[in-house]
Design a protein around this ligand. Structure first.
Ligand SMILES: [Fe+2]
Length: 279
């Protein structure tokens, strides 16, 4: 049995200003979840049920889920989908997939996960565009950044430049690549917030990266934590919360699931986003 030390779920509330936001979309509410890792170890039934109840209480317009529904083995997705079926949203539920949702060891996993979510009316966007509120705002879901199919140009070329767009992209490192395009709000996850946060400093992996830079490679390559600190993401400074990246806005959710040994000052998250018009 794996012991995981967890913290209570925290709701983060943010207002996002978007240029050219139609009057009719002002005040629309989006709930974001990420990184459920529903595999019997990393997410408890209690936390999942609580998250679904809290989301429904918000009476959101949209619910978006930004990937890593399982941890490689896709078989728990059927049970997860049964639980996610309880999620409600006035206009719709949408998802992008994460790096754990397509796995070479399980060649059908991407299809199996997409089918299970689609069956409970969660629309999976893989380099696709949806218009939940009509043509005035695009909701883009990109293929995972580590997949061979991450091709933002194919998607963004289909949207007129004056149309605001919200982009679901599991890995926040993709924000760097997306800088040439208009992205009014990118919603990501993947980092779990670093899981360990040093109060007043930030995610512990930011510190590990600093130590790695100051340590000769001949030494750091023998220290697993230092060797691997770039494996999850390059930009650990974007491991949680809101960031301006070029002209674009990025928000990174800390996720619901937790890898062992657990979280410290980094609670699992439900994000409640309210759209505002930018003057
Ligand atoms: Fe991930």
């Amino acid at each position: 049995m794996t012991l995981i030390i967890n913290e209570p779920l925290k709701i983060e509330r943010i207002a996002i200003a978007i240029a050219n936001l139609p009057q009719s979309l002002q005040g629309k509410k989006i709930v974001q979840f990420s990184d459920l890792h529903y595999d019997g170890i990393r997410l408890s039934e209690h936390l999942l049920a609580e998250a679904i109840d809290l989301s429904n209480q918000e009476n959101p317009d949209l619910v978006v889920l930004t990937g890593d529904f399982v941890t490689d083995d896709p078989s728990p997705i059927e049970n997860l989908a049964l639980r996610l079926k309880r999620l409600t949203a006035k206009t719709g539920l949408y998802a992008c997939l994460g790096n754990h949702d397509y796995c070479r060891r399980y060649p059908n996993s991407q299809q199996q996960i997409t089918d299970a979510l689609t069956a409970v009316e969660i629309q999976v966007l893989w380099n696709e565009i949806a218009y939940p509120w009509g043509q005035d705002l695009a909701l883009v879901g990109l293929a995972d950044f580590w997949s061979r199919e991450f091709q933002p140009e194919l998607v963004f070329n289909q949207i007129a430049p004056e149309i605001p767009r919200i982009v679901l992209s599991h890995n926040p490192d993709s924000a760097e690549i997306l800088k040439p395009w208009r992205v009014d709000l990118q919603l990501s996850g993947h980092t779990h917030g670093g899981q360990f946060v040093i109060p007043g400093y930030g995610a512990a992996p930011i510190l590990l990266q600093q130590i790695r830079k100051a340590t000769p490679k001949s030494i750091s390559k023998h220290i697993p934590f230092l060797r691997e600190c770039y494996r999850v993401v390059k930009y650990w400074q974007w491991s949680e919360g809101w960031h301006q990246v070029g002209n674009n806005q990025l928000y990174v959710n800390r996720g619901l699931g937790t890898y062992a040994p657990g979280r410290l000052f980094c609670p699992p998250e439900m994000t409640v986003i309210t759209l505002e018009s930018r003057e």
